[in-house]
Design a protein around this ligand. Sequence first.
Ligand code: RIB
Length: 310
Amino acid sequence: MKILNFGSLNIDYVYRVAHILQPGETLKAGEMEVFPGGKGLNQSIAAARAGAEVYHAGMVGAEDGGFLLDVCRENHVNTDYIRTAEGKSGHTIIQVDDNAQNSILLYGGGNRKITEDFIREVLAGFGKGDILVLQNEINLLDVVIDMAYEKGMKIVLNPSPFDEGLDGCDLSKVSVFLVNEIEAGLLAGGNGEDREGSGKGCENGEDGAKLVDKILKKYPEAQAVVTMGAQGAFYGQGSFRHFQRSFPVKAVDTTAAGDTFTGYFVYGLMKGEAIEVIMKRAAMAAAVAVSRKGAVPSIPKREEIKMTGE
Ligand code: RIB
C-alpha cells in the first residue's frame, strides 16, 4: 500500500505581531521568518517523520521552488511527482500573535497550475488500495478525486481551506474526512451557503461528537475525525465513536498542528493500527507542533513521540 499526497507546497513568510491586523490598521511586526509550508507539504512531512514512505505530487515555481524540493528530499519525501511551473511557488503571509493564534493569507502560485494531463500521469503510478491524501490548496481537486476514485484509491481529505474549490467535488467518494470544528460545521451543513459564518457549528454549542454524527449522517460510508485544538479530537465510523484528549503544552505557534495530526493519522491508517493508537499518537505529535515555531520545522520526528509500550 502506497501513500500519495497530491497537495500544495508553500513558502511561509511568518510575522510575529502583538495582535492580528484589523481592517485599515498599520501595525509593526516583530520578527519575520521564512519557513517551508503548505498544508500538502506539511502533511507529507508529518507522515514521513512518523515513519511512512510518502510520494508527494504537486507544482512548485521555477523562480523559488528549489528550496521546497530540497526540504522534501531532506525529509525523505519522494519528489518523483513534483513538477516545476513558470513563475512563483505558492506562498503565504502568516501573522502569529502573542496568544499563538494565526491568520493566513494564501497566494496559490504553482499550486494552481495543476492540469488534467499531470493528474493522469501521477495517478498512473498508483492503484487500488493505495492511500491518496488531499487538502484544498490545489486547483482541479474535483478531477483528482474522480480519477483516484475510479482507480479504487482510498481518499483521505482535509477540506481546508473550506472554500469554493470544494463546490464541484463529489465528497461521497471520500473515505476519511479530517476537519477542525469550523470545517466540520461547514461540511455537515452542506451547501456552503453559510461559509462566511464559519464557526457557526461551535456557536450553536455543538461539540465534536455531534459534529461527527452530522458528518456521518451525510456521508455514512466515511470515517470522520473532528479536531478541536485544546479540547481534543473525536473520531467516528458507523456507530463507533472515540474521543482523544489533547496533551497540554505551552502554545507558541499553532500553524501546521492540524497538518501534523493528519500526517501522523495517515501513517497509522497505512499501518492498520487501532484507532485509539492512531488518535493518541496524532494528538501527541500535534501538541509538539503547537509548542514550536513555523510549519515544517515544528513537526516532530517519530522518536520524539513516546507512546506507552513503544
Ligand atoms: O496549515 C498550515 C499551512 O497553511 C501553512 O504552512 C500555510 O502554507 C498554509 O497552507
